[in-house]
Design a protein around this ligand. Structure first.
Ligand code: GLC
Length: 531
């Protein structure tokens, strides 16, 4: 059968775990690797295929692990190599895969490489980072703005030069034009692949190479003070450089030399430039350039229809699609569109063509969370407080039950829990057949049992006002997905689809299909095969 030849990452579903907030096993209020291991039966019970862990490496935590001080170690707060090795065997024993987070664009300023690099201008590792003299007449070398606000340049008094940082000043950018950096980072990938990991999510991949001459970025004519300072400029010379694509192809060749591994690239770009990160059939790049358009698109049927159509059309013939609806960086989907539509969103995510990535906590519908100012931790918030873009609200600990600290820890968690944790927790939802959790399980089960949902063809139909409608078809199996994106009743004709043979799932309670949709209702319908 065709399916058996497909790689697991095409038919599979990825589940993102934010290790600080999944399960604490030693009572320090921060999640850890042994905690994750203890909760693996839960992860397996969802029906997902792979786990991606946000960074677990030694880190001063200026950006909560995305500032890596040693790529080949385990952060003591999370455990040690013994805990990691146990975790990976336990993951594999359940037939799951494990992806780590590879952070190639920048290290921590506490990394030994940076300590050497900043020690003197003649240090052999000086060129491992991006150092420049002040501009003629003084001041920063160019106008680049950090993604977290402020200049991308930090002055180093001791050696009289600036270094570049696309994010915090505690996250100096590596110089990927230097072959020694490339070799050192390839060794990092080998180190973890040799330890058995099944692949990587690659952090800010499109950032890794900058234009050699470091010219000023052009102004963004659409900028307003209501959006981030970063967006004052178009990142024309600081991101998505042609040389980055050959590095991504090298990473792929390395991963492929280990067999069945996957590379997922974090890339925010318009479709046409995004699609280039697949590479070509004879020089492939990442398997899955992360597609964040469900996170970014306005939540209405017309926008979603247009967005899905344009994304599908942009894919190269060898490019497999993928969809993301939440992450440790994005606002919670249920906070953005409300719980009723979050069920519609779950149905959409798990019935589109392409690999879905779920983010921990979305499966129980965690929505708006209040973080008192004194408990906020995200550096992005502190750099631009007026914008209210802090990511802490999406990083709160998993509420497992209604015991003290929600079963997450024996101590006060590092971030507060969701306000409604006493009722919105895994145990409560496990026991409720109509819960978001059991709805996710139902959808994930269907995705597994109905090949049309994982590998079937995809065709958008005209669903009429507020209704998103599409067909999935595989070897005579034909499904229609119809989603009411509004909180009003709507009708749906399904003229093109064929006669309805049964309802496989509903975001509300199951009922026969009568050509209408209740408010916030989404349905998966089985259609009669055409003769
Ligand atoms: C990525 C990560 C984000 C981090 C940034 C810098 O976007 O997902 O959490 O702050 O890279 O590493």
């Amino acid at each position: 059968m065709e399916e058996t030849r497909r790689p697991w990452w095409e038919t599979g579903v990825i589940y993102q775990i934010y290790p600080r907030s999944f399960q604490d096993s030693n009572g320090d209020g921060v999640g850890d690797l042994s905690g994750i291991e203890a909760r693996l039966d839960y992860v397996a019970s969802l029906g997902v295929d792979a786990i991606w862990l946000s960074p677990i490496f030694p880190s001063p935590m200026a950006d909560f692990g995305y500032d890596v001080a040693d790529y080949c170690g385990v952060e003591p707060v999370f455990g040690d190599f013994a805990a990691f090795d146990e975790l990976i065997s336990a993951v594999h024993a359940r037939g799951l895969k494990l992806l780590l987070d590879f952070v190639p664009n920048h290290t921590s300023d506490q990394h030994a490489w940076f300590a050497e690099s900043r020690s003197s201008r003649s240090n052999p590792k000086r060129d491992w980072y991006i150092w420049r003299d002040p501009a003629p007449g003084g001041g920063v070398p160019n106008n680049w703005i950090s993604d977290f606000g402020g200049s991308s340049w930090e002055w180093d008094e001791a050696t009289g030069q600036y270094y570049l940082h696309a994010f915090l000043k505690e996250q100096p950018d590596l110089n990927w034009r230097n072959p020694e950096v490339r070799e050192a980072m390839s060794n990092v990938l080998r180190f973890w692949l040799d330890r058995g990991v099944d692949g990587f999510r690659i952090d800010v991949l499109w950032h890794i190479v900058k234009h050699e001459a470091l010219p000023d970025n052009p102004l963004n004519p659409a900028w307003t003070p209501l959006i981030t300072e970063r967006d004052r400029l178009l990142q024309v010379y600081s991101t998505d450089q042609p040389e980055a694509h050959s590095i991504s192809a090298e990473m792929r060749a390395l991963a492929d030399s280990y067999g069945d591994r996957v590379l997922v690239g974090e890339i925010f770009l318009p479709n046409e430039r995004h699609a280039r990160w697949y590479g070509t059939p004879d020089r492939p790049q990442v398997h899955l350039p992360f597609n964040f358009q469900l996170v970014e698109s306005p939540w209405d049927a017309a926008h979603l229809h247009g967005m899905i159509e344009a994304y599908e059309a942009s894919l190269p013939a060898h490019g497999w699609p993928n969809w993301v609806i939440g992450s440790h960086d994005a606002p919670r989907i249920a906070a953005r569109i409300g719980e009723a539509q979050a069920r519609v969103a779950a149905m959409l995510l798990l019935t589109l063509r392409g690999t879905p990535t779920l983010y921990q906590g979305d499966e129980i519908g965690i929505g708006k969370v209040t973080i008192p100012p004194e408990r906020m931790r995200d550096p992005q918030h502190f750099r631009q407080p007026a914008l209210d873009i802090g990511r802490d609200r999406s990083r709160t600990p998993m509420p497992w039950d209604d015991s003290p600290n929600a079963g997450f820890s024996t101590n006060e968690p590092w971030l507060p829990l969701n306000d409604d944790w006493r009722s919105r927790n895994v145990a409560a939802q496990d026991a409720d057949p109509a819960s978001m959790l059991n709805f996710y399980r139902l959808l994930l089960g269907l995705r597994r049992s109905q090949a049309a949902l994982s590998v079937g063809s995809f065709r958008l139909l005209d669903g009429g006002p507020d209704v998103l409608c599409y067909l999935r078809e595989h070897q005579g199996e034909k499904l229609a997905i119809i989603l009411n994106l509004s909180s009003e009743p709507r009708s749906c004709e399904l003229e093109e689809g064929g006669a309805v043979d049964g309802v496989l799932a509903s975001t509300l309670s199951a009922r026969p299909f009568d050509g209408t949709l209740l408010p916030d209702e989404g349905l998966i319908l089985r259609l009669e095969p055409e003769h």
